[in-house]
Design a binder for this molecule. Structure first.
Ligand code: ALD
Length: 216
C-alpha cells in the first residue's frame, strides 16, 4: 500500500460543495465517489448531479436522509447526469432524469469495504475515493477548523462523507475526508481524521460503513 494517497493531486476530486439545509449528505458522498472513479477510468473530471439522486433514488428520503448503498445502486442501474444539466436546489422535487438531456456517467455495481478494519479501508482508498460515515453531531466536529481530528466524538454515525486519501503528519496517521458543508468548513471543506490502527469502528466511526462504485 502507498504511504500516502491524495486523489485531489490526481485531479479526481471536484470542488467542495454545500448541501445546504437538506439532509442529502448521502447524495454528495455518492456523487464524489462516482466523479472519482469516472476520472480514474476515463481521464475526465466532470461534476455530477446530487439533485438527481435526491429526486430519483426512491429508496432514500430526499432531504430527510438517505442511503449510501441505494444511491450508488441507482447510478449503477440508471447512470447519472452532469450537475450543470440537473442542478442542486436543496429540496426534493419530482424526478426529472428522463427529461434531462446530455451524457450520463454509468457505473457497473457497488462495492462494500469490510467494516471496522483500517487496512481494508486504506486498501479501498488506494484504488479510488470511498463513501464513508462519521458521527458529525458533536460540537468538536461541527466546529472543526483544521489539524488532525481526534475527537471528541463517538461512533453513532449520522453523516456520509468521502475519503479521498490518507497519510501521516507529525507521526500521526489520518484519513483525508471531503465534506459537503462548503469550503468554509474545516480545511477548505476537508477534514483529516486520525487513523485508529487495526480493528475498530475508527475515530468518529469512520470505519463503520464504507462503499464504492464499481466501474469497468
Ligand atoms: C446529520 C444527518 C441527519 C445528516 C444526513 C445527511 O445529510 N445523514 C443521513 O442521511 C444518513 C447518512 C448515513 C450514511 C449515516 N442516513 C441515515 O442515517 C439513513 C436514514 C434512513 C431514514 C434513510 N440510514 C442509513 O443510512 O442506515 C444505514 C446505515 C446505518 C448505520 C451506518 C451507516 C449506514
Amino acid at each position: 500500500l502507498p504511504e500516502s494517497v491524495d486523489w485531489r493531486a490526481k485531479g479526481a476530486v471536484t470542488p467542495v460543495k454545500h448541501q445546504g439545509y437538506c439532509e442529502s449528505c448521502w447524495a454528495f458522498s455518492t456523487v464524489a465517489t462516482v466523479e472519482g472513479i469516472n476520472k480514474i477510468k476515463t481521464g475526465n473530471l466532470v461534476e455530477l448531479s446530487e439533485q438527481e439522486l435526491v429526486d430519483c433514488d426512491k429508496q432514500s428520503y430526499g432531504c430527510n436522509r438517505g442511503y449510501q448503498s441505494t444511491s450508488l445502486q441507482y447510478v449503477a442501474q440508471n447512470g447519472i447526469h452532469l450537475r450543470a444539466k440537473y442542478p442542486y436546489i436543496a429540496k426534493q422535487q419530482t424526478c426529472r432524469a428522463n427529461q434531462v438531456g446530455g451524457p450520463k456517467v454509468k457505473t457497473n455495481g457497488v462495492g462494500r469495504v469490510q467494516s471496522n478494519n483500517e487496512g481494508s479501508l486504506l486498501n479501498a482508498i488506494a484504488h479510488q475515493p470511498v463513501s464513508v460515515v462519521v458521527e458529525s453531531a458533536g460540537r468538536d466536529f461541527q466546529n472543526y477548523k483544521g489539524g488532525i481530528f481526534e475527537g471528541s466524538c463517538g461512533t453513532k454515525v449520522d453523516h456520509a462523507v468521502t475519503a479521498v486519501g490518507y497519510g501521516k503528519s507529525g507521526g500521526k496517521g489520518y484519513i483525508l475526508i471531503k465534506n459537503s458543508w462548503g469550503p468554509g468548513w474545516g480545511e477548505n471543506g476537508y477534514i483529516r481524521i486520525r487513523r485508529a490502527s487495526g480493528n475498530s469502528p475508527g475515530v468518529c466511526g469512520v470505519y463503520r460503513s464504507s462503499y464504492y462504485p464499481i466501474k469497468n
